[in-house]
Write a protein that binds this ligand. Structure first.
Ligand SMILES: Nc1ncnc2c1ncn2[C@@H]1O[C@H](COP(=O)(O)OP(=O)(O)O)[C@@H](O)[C@H]1O
Ligand SMILES: O=c1ccn([C@@H]2O[C@H](COP(=O)(O)OP(=O)(O)O)[C@@H](O)[C@H]2O)c(=O)[nH]1
Length: 264
């Protein structure tokens, strides 16, 4: 199938389907109809089912680090959605909560500090968390990162920017009520030592006092992409998916494939 418009802003996108489809079209012609969306400077059919980008390297520049922070209260669904993003976009997902837990369980010198902080829902000093992040980023061999649950306070934010010299491209903020988050955590059933009501309430308080101001900081910089995380998993992901697609940089000949073909 080939769609043609004027030559202004001409771009090409190829879809993996039973047959490849090439679209050659103008932004003005197609987006005016409200049905098409931009995908890295190319135009995709928004009415199509979600598509899967095969590799983040195909959509983000290879030459710089791409960093997206994923913030939101405990239980807002950050880990759940990050897994789905990785599945579709090929980022490296780094959850600082998971990195700290693994470090605690490895009986390292910081193990006791981390255990005590987690129990109280307190934020582990930046130097510990950033060292783990740095190592994981280096070992990944990737340069596109989804950093989940970090930065949690001003100290985290400033230390990350100063030590790593990386600014997030943007920040997903998962907005979800405390009541729903509490319900989710109490049903999480992952045997987590900190998913008990005492620690949950402490974590909620730390989130409100220390992390919400960081979200406001990024909002003032125009970097917040707010997601209604109260909705069911698939609906939340659909919004995230479209936001990611919209925010992608200019590119050409991006190869994407239909979601149904993921199993291939
Ligand atoms: N949109 C959603 N609706 C209902 N339950 C969800 C949703 N997103 C995640 N969950 C469930 O809620 C719990 C917390 O989600 P999780 O991704 O671990 O949150 P976070 O990483 O923000 O703490 C998990 O058991 C997960 O399966
Ligand atoms: O960057 C981080 C991430 C996590 N934590 C600690 O690890 C706990 C669990 O965090 P996680 O992100 O796993 O869970 P969430 O609070 O999002 O449910 C937190 O309460 C903190 O004590 C921390 O200090 N710094």
């Amino acid at each position: 199938m080939e769609v043609k418009g004027s030559h202004e802003d001409k771009s090409v996108v190829s879809f993996h389907s039973k047959d490849f489809i090439n679209l050659q079209c103008s932004r003005r012609d197609l987006t005016a109809a409200g049905r098409y969306q931009y995908f890295m400077g190319t135009i995709i059919d928004a009415a199509e089912p979600l598509v899967m980008v095969k590799d983040a390297n195909e959509i983000f520049s290879d030459n710089k680090i791409t960093c997206i922070f994923v913030l939101g209260g405990p239980g807002s669904g950050k880990g759940t959605q990050c897994e789905k993003i990785v599945e579709h976009f090929g980022f490296t997902h780094l959850s600082t909560g998971d990195l700290l837990k693994a470090e605690m369980e490895s009986n390292s010198e910081n193990g006791t500090t981390i255990r005590n902080m987690r129990k109280e829902g307190k934020i582990v000093p930046s130097e510990v968390t950033i060292k783990l992040l740095q190592r994981a980023m280096q070992e990944s061999g990737n340069n596109k990162f989804l950093i989940d649950g970090f930065p949690r306070n001003e100290e985290n934010r400033a230390a990350f920017e100063n030590i790593m010299n990386i600014q997030p491209d943007f920040v997903f903020f998962f907005k979800c009520s405390e009541e729903e988050r509490k319900r989710r955590i109490l049903n999480r059933n992952q045997g987590r030592d900190d998913d008990n009501i005492d620690t949950i309430l402490k974590r909620f308080k730390v989130y409100e006092e220390s992390t919400l101001p960081i979200i406001e900081y990024y909002r003032s910089k125009g970097k917040i992409c707010e997601i209604d995380a109260e909705r069911p998993v698939e609906e939340v992901f659909e919004v995230i998916y479209r936001q990611l697609v919209e925010r992608m940089r200019e590119g050409t000949d991006v190869e994407v494939c239909r979601k149904e073909e993921k199993a291939v």
